[in-house]
Design a protein around this ligand. Structure first.
Ligand code: ARG
Length: 480
């Protein structure tokens, strides 16, 4: 076991830290999750120190060997992080020094834990961001697959939780996909903005040693070194943007989870959730509950909390580094775990949806859902919309007055009294035009519910999934 000395011991006023304060400040229980990225960062840093002549070749070589050995052990799960270390950076340096002696003591030249932790966080966020994007692609694929089977599955579309106009299940599901596609884009945008390497910013003002920031940036797969050393060590925008993207994912999933709960309940009874995604009750043997969908809904709270935590922790924080920033990691780790867990559960939920096609069709048929279409028929014949709206309303009222749900029972005189054009078309033709299938087919526009339009959208989403997966495995091959 390495000696757990403080990296900063011997500095300043002296005296040793009170044990209670030391325990309060320790972050090792949280930031040991950065172990692998910390080692990768140190490997690049040590190589650069060697290449720039700051370390002699043998010291740089010894560091490289020592760090790679630690990395292999970390990956194999055989490296046991000392829980008494102050943080992961201290642990690695102490362990390296215990193994290598003076070579280990040479590693921190031209570097501070402040730029080191900023680097580690960015490397960790980059991998986390990719995992989330991959999980979003899985959800998109699940949605597209279910949608393809339900292009013609009529269901009511709602506003204000009131039945409004018929749509299809495919169209509703593709609305979920649209939100998740934006989430994918939001994560990509955050990733692109975080693509600057903090190494070399030092404690806050860089270093007088002739380091090569371009070289470490390149070696670690970043587009460039960061622009300002003070900003670099104090900035946690990448954490905020990541947590915001996670919170938006969680918000979307909470909406979808709520809809699944509604649809699975007896009042809607639009779907059944198969046994792999619903639970029983410990007391009521007859029950089947949508617990996983409820938990997806409920997890949003902690995700929003993490975002507010990160923003509040940085509010009013002066430049450059302050220890407050240590609080960033717990929030981003939890945002990641929550978003990833929820996305995986959500994809399983989508795969386990069993639509009750007849129930949905029945719910979409009543309620004069054709009223807007009645007005649009008249607009098609040259009437101003507001006049047509009045006539359509009168048509609904004529039906209601006779206790009818459809126009089919209205005679020619009743239709003519509402508008001559309706009489000319005739009750039977109007009724056919007002069938939910016809109402949906008539909405044949970009973004609309007509089956042909949804089919095109499904193909586009599946293409996107394939393309993004290809780009992901290409990045993995190149190791960036
Ligand atoms: N554990 C610290 C953190 O996560 C590392 C940086 C410590 N820097 C310092 N100046 N005390 O922020």
């Amino acid at each position: 076991m390495a000696p757990s000395s403080k990296l900063w011991s011997g500095a300043g006023a002296g005296g040793s830290l009170a044990p209670a304060v030391e325990a309060f400040m320790s972050s090792i229980a949280v930031d040991s999750r950065l172990l692998e990225v910390d080692l990768l960062g140190s490997i690049a840093h040590a190589a650069m120190l060697g290449d720039c002549g700051i370390l002699d070749r043998s010291t740089a070589g010894a560091l490289d060997g020592g760090l790679r050995a630690l990395l292999a052990e970390a990956r194999a799960g055989t490296l046991h992080v000392d829980p008494a270390a102050e943080d992961v950076h201290s642990y690695v340096e102490n362990e390296l020094t215990a193994r290598l002696g003076d070579a280990g003591r040479a590693l921190h030249a031209g570097r501070s834990r402040n730029d080191q932790v900023a680097l580690d966080l960015r490397l960790w966020l980059r991998a986390a961001n990719r995992s989330l994007r991959a999980a979003i692609l899985d959800s998109l694929e699940a949605i597209a697959t279910l949608s393809r089977d339900n292009l013609a599955t009529i269901m009511p579309g709602y506003t204000h939780l009131q039945r409004a106009q018929p749509v299809t299940l495919a169209h509703h599901l593709l609305a979920w996909a649209a939100a998740l596609e934006r989430d994918h884009g939001r994560l990509s945008d955050a990733d692109a903005r975080a693509n600057e390497c903090p190494l070399g910013a030092g404690a806050l003002a860089g270093t007088s040693l002739p380091i090569d920031r371009e070289a470490t940036a390149l070696a670690l797969g970043f587009a460039r070194p960061s622009r300002n050393s003070m900003d670099t060590v104090g900035d946690r925008d990448a954490a905020v943007e990541f947590a915001a993207a996670c919170a938006t994912v969680a918000m979307h999933l909470s909406r979808f989870g709520e809809e699944l709960c509604l649809w699975a309940g007896p009042e809607y009874a639009f779907i059944e959730l198969d046994g792999s995604i619903s639970t029983g009750s410990s007391m009521m043997p007859q029950k089947r509950n949508p617990d996983p969908a409820e938990l997806v809904r409920g997890k949003a709270g902690r995700s929003f909390g993490n975002l507010v935590n990160l923003l509040t922790m940085q509010k009013g924080l002066p430049l450059a580094y302050d220890r407050d920033l240590q609080e960033d990691k717990e929030a981003v780790f939890d945002s990641f775990d929550t978003a990833l867990g929820s996305l995986v559960a959500f994809a399983a939920l989508v795969r386990g949806i069993r639509p009750r096609v007849e129930r949905m069709r029945e719910a979409a048929s009543g309620g004069f859902a054709w009223a807007t279409d009645a007005a649009e028929i008249l607009v098609g014949r040259g009437l101003p919309f507001r006049t047509a709206y009045g006539a359509a309303k009168a048509l609904v009222e004529a039906c209601r007055a006779q206790g009818l749900e459809t126009v089919e029972g209205l005679d020619a005189a009743a239709l003519a009294a509402v508008h001559p054009a309706f009489a000319e078309i005739g009750a039977a033709a109007l009724a056919a035009r007002f069938e939910p299938e016809a109402l949906v087919a008539a909405r044949d526009l970009v973004g609309g519910p007509a089956p042909a339009r949804c089919a095109v959208e499904i193909d586009r989403i599946l293409d996107l999934v394939a393309r993004e997966r290809g780009a992901g495995s290409d990045r993995a091959r190149r190791g960036v």
